[in-house]
Design a protein around this ligand. Structure first.
Ligand code: ACO
Length: 468
């Protein structure tokens, strides 16, 4: 199969959100702490009527319906989530209900877990399957989603909720390029060891430095591996990807790529400010590689020398580096990263769905014609930690995806509610986590029409879903 990648996409998010400005007031913190300090506008939440299974049924059910997908045409489903409600039974098996009527029980794949990275592990699995010798000719679906909630404290405004469903197959308009730069290591920056609570144990500052260290390393491996592959492919005419370059996109670089070799960048977004920092960080990496490039001509020789003198391990907390490159990358960010931030601004951190919500935002904000032939850099990160940097090439028309998702109008239609509702919803979840038997008390009125929701949990912890 050729050009394996994304054929279709759908996003799901609950109907209610709160404003981060209102939360600042509600929490009694200084104005700007969440809106400027974290760079967040709104945060989605839900109560006990929704769980990860209902999210999955909503996202995948809607993908099948909107794109008129024959359930028998699916041969694999991979799930990525860190919203765990069962230590053995996968979310994937719950999704099998959507394929039962069509008589399709021959669907490979189960759940992938590692914080926000599970979605990327799932997508890589699905793509690898289509490209493998065990592929049976059918398409794959990836579901990724999370309910991102934190205990009271400084992490709470960095929560959110949302999910995505992605159809994977050959001859796709969005093709995954084959070079992945990956960085994984053993860290205790954000983890969920307490199974009686939905909340993570999080070391905020460590999670930020872990993210940035992962970005440096994944980007650096990506560039090295790309250059190596390009050198090997040099004798051939068709570059790294085995195909000629698109009409108006960036040419495939011959050596180590830099930011200027991509048209757009999508970063996993825990909150907006970290994405701006990350973009500056990538520019800093490019600067270290080639300080005399014209993009850095506004940095004086004395400043350049001082910036280059900072050892890598100290650079993560160096405010001069951060300030210089956030400043220098500001207009580049607005044009090349900003269009991917719509979902993140409205929904907050969707954990595994954040990166793909970013891609969905990009496809919704940039004209499909403009996107043709473009290269999109992707950075996936999950605490603990796992990360990858790679590129997606737009080889076909993305108009259908944009129209069917109808993302911007749906984000706009969300209800902004008082912060009390958010706090009450978290209290209900907290109090009843792991309860059985249990009947949720959240009002069905708070859900979008046609939404799957949790109806009840019986005395054997079996969950039953209904639709509004
Ligand atoms: N106006 C403007 N800016 C402000 C204000 C204000 N009133 N108050 C604080 N700030 C700024 C600070 O100067 C700081 O800026 P900087 O990032 O440029 O240094 C920023 O807001 C954050 O403030 P801090 O006091 O440093 O940190 P805080 O205690 O608010 O915690 C944190 C922030 C660590 C991100 C916390 O929300 C958290 O733990 N979040 C969850 C973990 C997370 O999202 N990690 C990211 C990667 S891992 C993942 O994806 C889950």
């Amino acid at each position: 199969p050729q050009d394996v990648g994304i054929l279709a996409m759908e996003m799901y998010f609950p109907q209610r959100c709160i404003s981060e400005a209102a939360l600042e007031e509600f929490d009694g913190v200084p104005q700007g702490k969440y809106t400027i300090g974290l760079g967040q506008k709104y945060m989605v939440f839900t109560d006990d009527r929704e769980d990860i299974n209902s999210f999955a049924l909503n996202a995948v059910g809607s993908l099948l319906k909107k794109y008129n997908i024959d359930p028998k045409s699916i041969g694999r489903i991979d799930v990525g989530t860190e919203t765990i409600i069962d230590k053995a039974k996968s979310v994937k098996t719950v999704l099998m209900q959507l394929f039962e009527e069509a008589g399709n029980s021959d669907i490979e794949g189960v759940d992938n877990v590692n914080a926000c990275y599970g979605s990327t592990a799932a997508i890589f699995n699905a793509i690898n399957w289509v490209e493998s010798s065990s592929w049976d000719g059918r398409n794959a679906i990836v579901f990724a989603g999370d309910i991102a909630i934190y205990a009271e404290g400084s992490a709470r405004p960095a929560g959110g909720a949302g999910a995505c469903a992605i159809l994977i197959g050959p001859n796709a308009p969005l093709v995954f390029e084959p070079v992945h730069g990956t960085f994984m290591s053993h860290t205790y920056d954000f983890f969920k060891p307490n199974l009686s609570s939905e909340y993570p144990v999080v070391d905020g500052p460590l999670s930020i430095s872990t993210y940035l260290i992962a970005l440096d390393n994944a980007y650096s491996r990506y560039r090295e591996k790309y250059a190596k592959r390009a050198a090997l492919a040099n004798g051939h005419t068709n570059g790294v990807n085995g195909h000629a370059n698109g009409a108006n996109g960036h040419a495939e670089p011959k050596g180590k790529p830099s930011l200027s070799d991509f048209d757009y960048m999508v970063y996993h977004s825990p909150y907006g400010k970290l994405v701006a920092k990350s973009h500056g960080r990538v520019m800093y990496n490019d600067f270290v590689e080639n300080p005399s490039a014209p993009e850095y001509s506004s940095i004086t020789p004395a400043d350049a020398e001082a910036l280059l003198a900072v050892p890598r391990e100290k650079s993560y907390s160096d405010k001069a580096i951060e300030k210089t490159f956030i400043g220098l990358s500001k207009s580049h960010y607005a044009k090349h990263v900003g269009p991917s931030m719509e979902c993140a601004q409205r929904c907050g951190n969707m954990y595994t769905a954040s990166l793909y919500g970013g891609l969905a935002s990009l496809l919704s904000t940039v004209e499909p014609k403009t996107l043709q032939g473009k290269r999109i850099a992707m950075f996936a990160f999950g605490s603990g930690c796992a990360s990858s940097y790679w590129a997606v090439k737009v080889k076909g028309d993305t108009e259908e995806i944009r129209t069917k998702m109808d993302l911007l109008a749906r984000l706009d239609a969300m209800k902004v509610v008082p912060c009390e509702e958010f706090v009450d919803a978290l209290k209900i979840r907290e109090k009843n986590h792991n309860s059985a038997p249990y009947t949720p008390s959240g009002s069905i009125e708070n859900l979008w029409p046609g939404t799957y929701y949790l109806e009840s949990i019986d005395d054997k912890y079996r969950r039953k879903y209904a639709m509004t």
